[in-house]
Write a protein that binds this ligand. Structure first.
Ligand code: NDP
Length: 279
């Protein structure tokens, strides 16, 4: 690391698996930016200490934040963007002198990746599976993109209800709680199903009716793996042919973070392709 290098990091636990250093190194190369981007492990109860230490280093421009620290980061920063406020989670910290702004780029990341896959969200009926940090991060962006309705399903129903209520506080009636017991073929089908749970990481599936696939929706799994996730495989077995994993979302959310730090928007396609070829 040289004295003139700009420094950024990603906080997480675990963090070894993170592709963010590779992605940001490739972005920095596009603009000849001398960036030193590191993985920063923190104990689960020690985000504040780790963030204080990291930002006491000279030349630190910002950080990404991943599981389980997005809520800790929300409390740590000095101010919040509207995206971070609505998501209730921070995945990007931007340093402006001694002021630290918290933002959330997951929503932009998902919407831009869907665009890259020619999915126009305008007027769509969406099933969002999950109500954790990732679901919270993307729901406002889905609503803002002009969707007709977003039905939220979660194993812990109370969290789905809370998320829907919070969302409708901003824009009424677009978000609704999905009830698997009353879902039947007479309902308008889904155009897009987004799996925002971590279940695919463990080869598991959410407990929802197979009927949700009857309209042959586009299927998006935020988890990315070297081969199609179990959720994508299941959708495929019901005749859904457009099944997308979360790798492009990862690259697109990183692109938005990079833009917030440097004011340059990187080209994502080549970086996405590089990651596909180097899984
Ligand atoms: P959280 O821990 O905040 O939420 C986990 C979600 O998964 C909750 O809805 C939880 O339901 C559900 N879940 C977990 N285990 C089970 C289970 N056994 N049965 C049913 N539901 C379950 O995680 P995040 O929301 O932050 O992340 C979710 C996934 O999205 C992760 O795998 C993460 O890697 C991925 N992600 C991908 C991104 C990308 O760029 N591609 C960006 C952000 C996240 P409950 O509330 O009932 O516990």
């Amino acid at each position: 690391m040289s004295a003139s290098q700009t420094i950024a990091c990603v906080f997480g636990n675990p963090i070894e698996q993170s592709k963010s250093p590779t992605i940001h190194a490739l972005f920095a190369k596009q603009f000849d930016i001398d960036l030193h981007y590191i993985k920063r492990f923190a104990e689960v109860d020690a985000f504040t200490l780790s963030a204080d230490e990291f930002f006491s280093l000279p030349n630190t421009i910002g950080a990404n934040v991943t599981m389980p620290f997005k809520h800790d980061a929300l409390k740590w920063v000095s101010s919040l963007s509207s995206q971070a406020k609505r998501a209730g989670a921070v995945n990007t910290i931007i340093r402006k002198g001694n002021v630290f702004e918290g933002d959330n780029t997951d929503g932009v990341g998902l919407v831009n990746d869907l665009k890259d896959h020619d999915v126009d969200l305008q007027g769509l009926n969406i099933l969002l599976v999950g109500a954790g940090g990732a679901a919270k991060g993307v729901l406002p962006a889905l609503i803002d993109a002009g969707t007709n309705q977003v039905s939220v399903y979660n194993r812990s129903r109370d969290k789905a209800i809370a998320l829907v209520n919070e969302t409708n506080h901003y824009k009424n009636d677009i978000a609704t709680v999905y009830d698997d017991t009353t879902y039947d073929e007479t309902r308008a089908g889904f155009d897009l199903i987004i799996n925002a749970t971590s279940l695919s990481l463990y080869g598991e599936l959410p407990q929802i009716s197979d009927l949700v696939f009857s309209n042959k929706p586009v299927v998006y799994d935020m988890v990315y793996q070297p081969s199609p996730t179990v959720f994508m495989q299941k959708a495929n077995s019901f005749g859904c042919t457009n099944n997308i994993d979360g790798l492009g979302m990862l690259v697109n959310q990183a692109a938005q973070s990079f833009y917030l730090w440097f004011g340059h928007y990187p080209e994502v396609g080549k970086v996405h392709q590089y990651l596909i070829e180097n899984k």
